[in-house]
Design a protein around this ligand. Sequence first.
Ligand code: 6GU
Length: 270
Amino acid sequence: MDRQAIKKAADYLRQRMPAPPVIGLILGSGLGVLADEIEEAIRIPYEDIPGFPVSTVEGHAGRLVYGQLEGATVVAMQGRFHYYEGYSLREVTFPVQVMKELGIRQLIVTNAAGGVNEQFRPGDLMIISDHINLLGTNPLIGPNDPEIGPRFPDMTEAYSRRLRQLAKEAAAKLGVCVREGVYVANTGPSYETPAEIRMIRVLGGDAVGMSTVPEVIVARHAGIEVLGISCISNLAAGMTDAPLHHDEVVETAERVKADFLRLIKAVVAE
Ligand code: 6GU
């Protein structure tokens, strides 16, 4: 079953990795450049890893990058799998299970997201304080493996208070302005309507996207400490006159990548 597939992928990767990684990173749309900062890098295309799905979306390289970042042994996903591509949530979160099997203790998840909070501007970085799952499903549906985690995992502190504090302090030291807020996951691939964005605001959402929540649920189930950072790439539907376009997502990520890189590296260093 699942357990076998996870072990098989991890066995393959262990052969290629000189030492177990301690920190996992998932790099979102336009944010994959962080993987280029990894030293002594070993790059492993997803298609080489037994059991891995193969990624399809433009702007996503689709490989694991293993190596040293700020003195820490890390493994980064350059490109992730999205539910809207047609993968099951088990497939979307398979790499997290594999990273756990490899030994990661912390996971840093990043994404590009639409700003819902009226105070936000494109290019802002947001530390995720909590999430709302509007996917209508959950990656843990199905048989539970008690060796990984409990049937009914607690989500009180899905995003580690300690790591959020550490990230805020790192941002302050660097003079990088960061927001903090609630990330709402929708399936996509269509963007929301203006009415849906008003609903999300009423529900307490600050940013909206199409990823992250499944990976975080699986990570927390497995006892991994999580830090989430959104790059607010655009304001959500109805907040400006402009229609939404994926090019804007990638362009904004490009513009803020220097601050993004500095922040993540400072957090990893700590
Ligand atoms: Cl406005 N919505 C969603 N669901 N994902 C996004 C986005 C908006 N902007 C970037 N990613």
